[in-house]
Design a protein around this ligand. Structure first.
Ligand code: DAH
Length: 340
């Protein structure tokens, strides 16, 4: 035991004084490896008187651990001295401020789209996509808006060809038609995406904006299903129960059609967001028109459903109290950085 104790301090001093890895390696060989000092001590343990053996064994093992730890620390010290040496010869200055590369963040529309996609996905909805250049048939005709019907004037359309067969889709409802033709009922889907209108832009009108269409087709679907789904949506967006009401609204592809209003989430008795009315016009919706089902090969005697057209841009504006829709796609980093 005695020799183990004195040895500890001698070896440690040698290790601390060592100036190279070769020296450390030599000490390691001398003490720790086969035939080395520690092995010698351990081998001597059985020749000691019985009662002394356990303590002597422990002391030898302790010596071994301490030498190993001291060697490890010394190696680190040498390595970091090497690195310092290397850095100062390369002109490296660790005290200079770091260069940060700018970090991007998700656009608020993308954030909301992802949240709503998760929410609807959890209720069994598919999340669908469709082309932004659409046929007149998908965008209008199959949605019960025939050519020359006055309802065409509800949306100012960008036409893509002289014959008027292709349009920039004016609403994500066009994908309803694709969904109905490709999937069999029962079905539930949402379609987030960009839509285009030939608008004169101002604080509340933009030629390109975002919508999210929703569609449910099943047996025995009623307005109650529509209302409860919209309440789940509002709970998801505003984090609490929000009262809703329906007013009649006209859209050729639903019958009856509604405007769904939500109780203003920002006030109790009227504010600038709800124009002092405590209600906010949230989204148009309704029960899918039999003509629309029929035009996509679905029998309205067996199947029924509801649809809604959520203005994603509008909802983002509501949520973050953005007063000008043109900020959304303006690409100004000072605006976008607020949502990181
Ligand atoms: N597509 C309509 C628009 O953009 C919105 C809409 C209204 C969608 C009623 C619907 C609906 O699904 O049921 O003006």
């Amino acid at each position: 035991m005695e020799s183990a104790n004195t040895l500890t301090s001698t070896v440690k001093a040698r290790i601390e004084a060592a100036g190279s890895d070769t020296e450390l390696r030599a000490i390691e060989r001398e003490y720790l490896e086969k035939g080395g000092v520690v092995a010698g001590l351990l081998a001597a343990v059985p020749s000691l008187p019985g009662p002394e053996r356990p303590a002597a064994g422990r002391a030898a093992n302790q010596l071994k651990l301490e030498i190993a730890a001291a060697l490890g620390a010394a190696r680190e010290r040498l390595a970091s001295a090497d690195l310092d040496q290397e850095r100062s010869s390369a002109g490296f200055d660790a005290s200079l401020p770091a260069q940060h590369s700018p970090r991007g963040s998700l656009h608020p529309i993308v954030q909301l789209t992802r949240e709503l996609s998760d929410l609807f996905h959890s209720m069994g909805f598919l999340v669908l996509d469709g082309p932004e250049v659409e046929t007149d048939e998908h965008n209008f005709e199959a949605l019960n808006i025939p050519r020359d019907h006055p309802a065409r004037d509800m949306q100012d359309t960008f036409r893509c060809d002289p014959e008027g067969k292709l349009v920039l889709r004016t609403h994500t409802s066009a994908v309803q038609v694709r969904a109905m033709r490709q999937l069999k009922p029962p079905m539930r889907a949402i379609v987030p995406g960009k839509v285009f209108r030939q608008e004169t832009t101002d604080a509340s009108h933009e030629h390109t904006f975002h919508q999210m269409e929703g569609i449910v087709i099943d047996k025995d679907i009623t307005v109650a299903h529509l209302i409860s789904t919209m309440k789940v949506l509002l709970r998801g967006v505003f984090g609490r129960e929000i009262e809703v009401r329906l007013r009649p609204g006209y859209f050729p592809f639903v019958e009856p059609g509604f405007e769904l209003d939500a109780r203003c989430p920002f006030c109790k008795s009227g504010c600038s967001v709800c124009k002092q009315s405590t209600w906010i016009e949230l989204l148009p919706c309704g029960m899918i028109h039999p003509n629309v089902l029929r035009s996509s090969g679905i029998d309205p005697e067996t199947w029924g459903g509801f649809a809604f057209g959520l203005g994603l841009s509008r909802l983002v504006m509501l949520r973050f109290q953005i007063d000008d829709v043109r900020h959304l796609l303006g690409g100004d980093l000072r605006f976008l950085e607020q949502f990181s």
